[in-house]
Design a protein around this ligand. Sequence first.
Ligand code: CO8
Length: 373
Amino acid sequence: MHDVVISGAGLWKPDHTITNEELVASYNAYAERYNADNADAISDGTLTEKPLSSTEFIEKASGIKRRYIYVKDGVLDIDRMRPKIPRRSEDELSHQAEIALNAARVALEAAGKTGADIDMVIVSCAYTERSYPAIAIEVQSELGIQGSGFDMLVACSAATFALQRAHDAIAAGSARAVLVINPELTSPQVNYTDRDSHFIFGDVGTAVVLESAGTCTSAHSFEIIGTKAQTVFSNNIRSNFGYVALAEDADPFADDNLFHQNGRKVFKEVCPMAADHLQAQIDATGLAITDIKRWWLHQANLNMNQLISRRLLGRDPAPDEAPIVLDEYANTASAGSIIAFCLFHEDLNAGDYGVICSFGAGYSIGSLVLRKR
Ligand code: CO8
């Protein structure tokens, strides 16, 4: 068995942002026009009035102030309410491969590696823009990587579950180094006409290089001393979008094919599950909660992270103990905990422990316990 380290991490963010103010102004204009256009049907009970959104609610309920967006054009247009992403030809680089490459190049540089050093590429995220060929193989080809690449989907836990796969491949000796990439292009699956969820997501790309400790030359590397992946089925976060729609004679763009959730139930059920998962994971590594210097937690909701931290620590975490990136990035599906890792790991000292943890749709929870080298 080889000792496995994280030797580089990369973050790429789109050029465009949408603030809560912009998003709420657009949604409210849409809702007011909808209510006026459908006044009769709303008054006779055939249709339900669309309630208005508010920036105060969004920030208080989620901690989100703005989000990055891959293509802003179209999202705020009340005649469209979705991004206008140009379709690329089969000869062009796909959108997600482009996002993945932007993050991967940063991670490779941080690790001091090139494509020649990598044996496996895992593109892991909440959605891929096509079924095949895998985005990972497109990325592999662009970076001149030999070996293999594959895509995997585990919603919010896609990054942590892929890191575990990468760890296991390197530990077993089937790969020298693995590139795990999370091109989270969430905006096409957001229902911008739904008050309860229109504010939740942002687009971003993250990437991590893992390798055998013996080949690592990075200035900032972390030994992986524990991994854990857990799933429990739940319908509380769902997207029914899928390839069977054509055969079902169903509208592939109906609301239930976009992201939807019972957010309150998710909050209540996932917080204790995540806290118990983390406690069990720390116990299994022989450490105590007080040994952990940094918690790179999933970024879905500020109040969720505070509750989980309180359950674990018995107090509020200091800002640098469990960094929050939600205000700037919103929920970026699986990339959230990796953004936190990218931005807040270089200050740790040799021997310090930290934990990466994701939780979300599935339900799925994934974690890795790390020690700075
Ligand atoms: N403006 C004003 N009021 C609002 C708004 C709004 N935008 N939205 C809801 N309200 C109202 C509600 O209708 C409700 O009114 P009432 O009391 O009259 O019923 C009131 O405000 C309070 O609503 P909630 O109780 O629902 O508010 P919460 O405090 O629970 O906050 C949240 C709502 C923010 C959704 C919160 O419940 C939450 O974050 N829960 C956890 C959700 C979560 O973590 N989900 C994981 C999703 S991510 C994931 O798993 C990855 C999926 C794959 C990626 C998908 C990419 C598209």
